[in-house]
Write a protein that binds this ligand. Structure first.
Ligand code: C2E
Ligand code: MG
Ligand code: MG
Ligand code: MG
Length: 286
């Protein structure tokens, strides 16, 4: 957490004064009231086609500014929200907020090709009404389903697989795009990409950060690209921070990119400012 604090300006709270157990308890309690107190917000990080520089999408990322704890990283509070069940409500808030925002952008003009990506947690997926809830958010906001991309981490796909696959099929037939997030990190399996109807693979940043000088990671990325090609899937690289990464990825044939090299996740107004006069393109021809 200390490393993240400096780099992402998350001032967790005074870690030296509070034990881990105390911190956990504080976060757990804080999460119970965070929605009602309107302590959550979304930031948006662009996804770019490096060939044209066009924006093809934006990922909505959750931020929590707690009255007691200050800014808490999603890496710290999402696992707790998963454990105590809060994640369903929080996830529903994120979905509604992100989709509503994307629909508002279309109404304001100009953003009608940009996909919005929303992270979906394991417990949301295990909700039997999940696809129904997504459908009703799309209906009530008017966002075309093709402009919504749902990102799942692979560890999601463990329990009740058949039912989850059926729900994913439903979402795909509605026109929603599905992406496997953090591919190549801890829980990856080849089976995940074939068992679930994903259109997109997001390569984890642990494979990207040294891709310009680590031949092993380069080899892994190469084979992910080949796999995706054979399965007719699209690939996006996460955590692209340097021009060297972009160059290497272009050489390998990976053009969809998300990372600090282009832009950090930005608060709404900053994102809208950043988007001014940008070319927007569809993420993938459907
Ligand atoms: P993720 O979905 O893989 O999101 C990408 C994370 O990488 C984000 O961290 C983003 O800020 C960070 N990132 C983007 N570009 C770069 C880069 O070039 N270098 C580095 N070092 N990092 C980069 P963030 O926002 O802290 O989110 C962390 C994780 O928390 C997310 O990983 C996702 O798993 C989870 N998360 C965030 N928002 C939500 C949400 O609304 N719902 C759920 N279920 N999970 C969320
Ligand atoms: Mg994600
Ligand atoms: Mg990721
Ligand atoms: Mg992640």
């Amino acid at each position: 957490a200390a490393k993240r604090m400096g780099r992402n300006q998350y001032q967790l709270f005074n870690e030296t004064l509070k034990s881990a157990a105390e911190q956990y308890l504080l976060m757990q309690q804080g999460l119970e009231t965070a929605l009602a107190r309107e302590e959550f917000s979304l930031v948006y990080q662009p996804q770019i086609d490096s060939r044209s520089g066009a924006v093809i999408g934006a990922e909505a990322l959750l931020r929590w500014n707690s009255a007691e704890l200050g800014f808490v990283s999603p890496q710290d509070f999402i696992p707790i929200a998963e454990q105590n069940g809060m994640i369903r409500q929080i996830g529903e808030w994120v979905m509604l907020e992100a989709v509503r925002q994307a629909a508002a952008w279309i109404n304001q003009g100009g953003y009608d090709k940009m996909q919005i990506s929303v992270n979906v947690s394991a417990s949301q997926l295990s909700d039997p009404a999940f696809s129904y809830k997504v459908a009703s958010v799309l209906r009530s906001t008017g966002l075309p389903p093709r402009l919504l991309c749902l990102e799942f981490t692979e560890s999601v796909a463990i329990r009740d697989e058949e039912h989850i696959i059926a729900m994913c099929d439903e979402l795909v037939s509605m026109g929603v795009t599905l992406a496997v997030d953090d591919f190549g990190s801890g829980f990856s399996s080849m089976r995940t990409v074939t068992a679930f109807p994903f259109q997109f693979i997001k390569i984890d940043r642990s494979l990207i950060y040294d891709i310009d000088r680590n031949p092993r990671n380069e080899a892994v990325v190469r084979s992910v690209l080949e796999l995706a090609d054979r399965l007719n899937m699209y690939v996006l690289a996460e955590g692209v921070e340097k021009l060297e990464h972009v160059n290497m990825l272009q050489q390998l044939g990976c053009y969809y990119i998300q990372g600090y090299y282009y832009a950090r996740p930005m608060a709404l107004e900053v994102f809208e400012q950043w988007m001014q006069n940008r070319e927007i393109n569809i993420k993938y021809p459907s």
